[in-house]
Design a protein around this ligand. Sequence first.
Ligand code: BG6
Length: 487
Amino acid sequence: MAPRTIMVEPFDLVVFGATGDLAARKLIPALYHRDEAGQIAPGSRIIGASRRSMGDADYRGFAHEALAQHAGPMDDEALARFEERLSYLEVTATGDEGWTALAETLAGSPRIRVFYLATGPELFGPICERIGRHGLASDARIVVEKPIGKNLASARTVNDAIGAVFPEERIYRIDHYLGKETVQNLMALRFANALFEPLWNAAHIDHVQITVAETLGLETRAGYYDTAGALRDMVQNHILQLLCLVAMEPPTRLSADAVRDEKLKVLKSLTPITGDRVAELTVRGQYRAGAAASGPVRGYLDELGNTESRTETFAALRVDIDSWRWAGTPFYLRTGKRLPTRVSEIMVAFRPIPHSVFDSSAGPIAANRLVIRLQPDEGVKLCLMIKDPGPGGMRLRQVPLDMSFADVFATRNPDAYERLLMDVVRGNQTLFMRRDEVEAAWTFIEPILDAWTTHPDPPKPYTAGTWGPTASIALLERDRRTWHEEG
Ligand code: BG6
C-alpha cells in the first residue's frame, strides 16, 4: 500500500544558487516528486534566485530540462502544476541587485518562508546579511549545505554569520545522509525492536565498520574537491553522523534536541587522534590510473591536471569512543572515490560465542554480523549460523536473514532531499545538524587534517578500481580483523 501523504502548509521557498548543479540534480526533482505526491499545498511558491540573467519562462525551461534528466518518470498534469509554482529573480549575493524585487515578491505573504542556500559557503554570510537588512528574516527558516567551513575556525565564522541573522531553531544544516531511508531505519531498528538494544554495547559487539565507497572519480567538481578531500568531504559530516546514530544512547524521545544531544555526546567522547596516533590510526590514499566498470580510467592527478596535489581521495580510520558502552569496541571508517563498487553500509560485528558445544566436524562458527545497507539496494541483513540441511551430521553454516526494502515495499524510494525539504517546511530539525555537532566534528577531524598536511609523505597511491591502499587492509589486520566485502 502506498504510504499516506500529508500535505504540508503553504510555503514560499527561495533557492539561492537556483541554476546550479545541486538545484538541477536534487532540489528541483525532490520538490517535483513531493508535489506529484500531493504534499505541496496550493499556493506554495518556489522562487529561484541567482545572479544569472533570466526570466520566469527561462527558469521553467531550466527546471524542465533538470527534471527530464534527473526526475525519472513524471506525470504531465503534476509537471504542469509544478512548473506553475516556479518563478525567477536575478539577485546578487554580494551586491544589492534584486533584493528589493525579492522583498516585494515576498511582502505580505502569510506563508512559511524558507531560504535555501545552494551556493558556496563563502556566500552564506553575505546572503544572510542581506536577508536581514531587507527585513526578510523574521520567522523565516534558512537551509545551508555543507561544507560548513574547512576547519573549526572557519566553521565558527560561517556559523556566526548565519547566527547573526537567524536563531539556531530556524537554521537547518543539511547532511543529506540523515535523510536517507536506511539511516532512519537504523533508529527504527535500534529503538523499535527489543532485540538489538540489550546487545548494543562493547560486551556483545566486537567492532563496527562504516564504508561509503564510490566508483566515481572527480567528475566536474575538481575546484571544490581538491580543496576538500575525502576526510572533509565525507568523514567530517556523513560518516561521523552515521557513527553517531549507531553509537548514541537512546534519546528520551525522537525530538530534534533529544536526538542531537545524544549525537553530540558521542562526538565529544571520540578518543582524539593526535600526534603519532594519526599515522597509526588513519590511512589516506589517492587513486592512480586503473579500471572502472566502464573501462580504463585516469588517475586523480591526471584528471586534475596538477601533479602536485596531495588531496586524499580515500580515507580510513580506526575510531574509539571513550564511553561505558563502547570502551574496547573500535569503529572502522572508510570512504573513497574510484573504489570497485558503489556501496554504503554499516556492519556491526558481534563477538564470537563464548563456548562451542559442537565438535570439530561442525566446522568453524562465525560470529553474527548485522549489515545495514544504505545503498544501493537498501536493506538489512543478519548473518546467523544454522545447520546445513541433510542427514550428514551437524555441520554448521552461516546464512543471511536478508531483507531488501525493494522486495518488501513496492514503492519508490524517495530521495533524501524530498524528506529533508518537507521537514524544513514542517519545522522538524531532527535530521539536521546543530551548530555544536558540526563544531564537535571539526574538533575531532582537525588534528588529523593538520597532521596530514604537515606530514612529508603524500597520500598512499591505490589503483582505481581497488579497495584503497594496502595500508587500509593493514589497519584492520593489525587488530586481527578484516574489512567486510561481499561479492
Ligand atoms: C556529497 C559529497 O556530500 O556526497 C560527494 O560531496 C559524494 O563527493 C556524495 O559523492 C555522495 O552522496 P550519495 O548520496 O551519492 O552517497
